[in-house]
Design a binder for this molecule. Structure first.
Ligand SMILES: NC(=O)c1ccc[n+]([C@@H]2O[C@H](COP(=O)([O-])OP(=O)(O)OC[C@H]3O[C@@H](n4cnc5c(N)ncnc54)[C@H](O)[C@@H]3O)[C@@H](O)[C@H]2O)c1
Length: 308
């Protein structure tokens, strides 16, 4: 593992980004955040910090990325348009954000001689799984522009390794949850929406029968995986999940226990494009990054409810 001295974190004011910035600063690294604040918030980041620089700018703006890269030894690229629904509504705009934005960052890294680029890919590249658990060699068959954009990023990553000797690693995150995920966003994950509904005493909406399975991974664990990925040398892609999937009804029961409240359940028609089941192997993650034990779901949900 190499020493991570100075990291440019694009999208660093967002949900996963801000938790990773906290972890990098705690680890002694210098951090530059580049974020356009379209979804992230300044308040997600520490106030004044000697080793943190926050730059407002767009990853599609090559000059802004070049300038933000000044002095950086590593790049963590998280900035993206993160909504599957928005990618269906505006595929061209989403492609500019998620493909052109990533390519702009890769190009700037190449020009600056920064070889290690860790970036956010997604489990969405697999579409509707034909086999479970998913491994990195499972078929890539996205069912949304968002998933397709992330799979194109994976191909650009591979090409930049071959053509230019960059060392990119794409992290295919599964369902990340934790504090700072905005429940008011129409695209928020099920956990932050249900947590908000429970807190308000409002009914929780369950699309379908609630028996769909997902791998929920705590954001603090993802931040630690990101740190290890920056320091490591493995390239290609890597699934990031706990290896244990639960049904949405099991998730709700765990959330209710953590909150000490029982929710009124409202079942609704399945959401279009919702996949029935998802699960990942952690073989490559353990082999190349060897993260510590994952936070148990009940513990992570309690932290989310406490807003930490
Ligand atoms: N949250 C998950 O479960 C999950 C799962 C798979 C993949 N991902 C990926 O992880 C990354 C981080 O996701 P998140 O959940 O923290 O979302 P987020 O929206 O909280 O973070 C994204 C950040 O990028 C910023 N941003 C967006 N467009 C930008 C641009 N053009 N220039 C500069 N900054 C820009 C936003 O303001 C925001 O702060 C994304 O690439 C997302 O696709 C997330």
């Amino acid at each position: 593992m190499s020493r991570v001295e100075h990291v440019l974190v694009t999208g660093g004011a967002g949900f996963i980004g801000s938790h990773t910035v906290d972890a990098l600063l705690a680890d002694g690294a210098r951090v530059t955040v580049l974020d356009d604040f379209s979804n992230g918030k300044r308040t997600n980041l520490p106030g004044a910090h000697a080793r943190l620089k926050v730059v407002a700018g767009d990853v599609r703006d090559a000059a802004a990325v070049r300038s933000a890269l000044d002095g950086a030894t590593h790049v963590l690229h998280l900035a993206a348009q993160v909504s599957v629904q928005a990618s269906v509504a505006d595929p061209v705009g989403s492609c500019r954000q998620n493909v052109v934005g990533f390519l702009t960052v890769l190009e700037a890294a190449r020009a600056a001689g920064v070889k290690r680029v860790v970036y956010a890919s997604s489990a969405a590249v697999y579409g509707t799984p034909r086999e479970l658990p998913l491994t990195e060699s499972s078929p890539v068959a996205p069912i949304s522009p968002y998933g397709l954009e992330k799979s194109i990023d994976d191909q650009y990553g591979r090409l930049y390794a071959d053509l230019f000797g960059l060392a990119p690693l794409g992290l295919r995150y599964f369902n990340v949850y934790g504090p700072r995920q905005d429940p008011r966003s129409p695209y928020a994950g099920v956990i932050s929406k249900w947590a908000a509904a429970l807190a308000e005493g409002a009914p929780v909406r369950i699309f379908g029968d609630g028996k769909q399975t997902r791998d929920f991974v705590y954001v603090g664990d993802v931040a630690q995986v990101n740190l290890r990925a920056l320091a490591a040398t493995a390239t290609g892609v890597c699934n990031v999940g706990t290896g244990t999937s639960v049904t949405l009804l099991e998730l709700l029961a765990t959330l209710e226990r953590a909150a000490g409240r029982v929710a009124e359940q409202r079942f609704e028609a399945p959401a279009p494009g919702d996949i029935p089941d998802s699960a990942t192997s952690t073989g490559r993650l353990q082999a190349i990054l060897a993260p510590g034990p994952f936070t148990p779901l009940g513990t992570g949900l309690a932290a989310l409810l406490a807003g930490r």
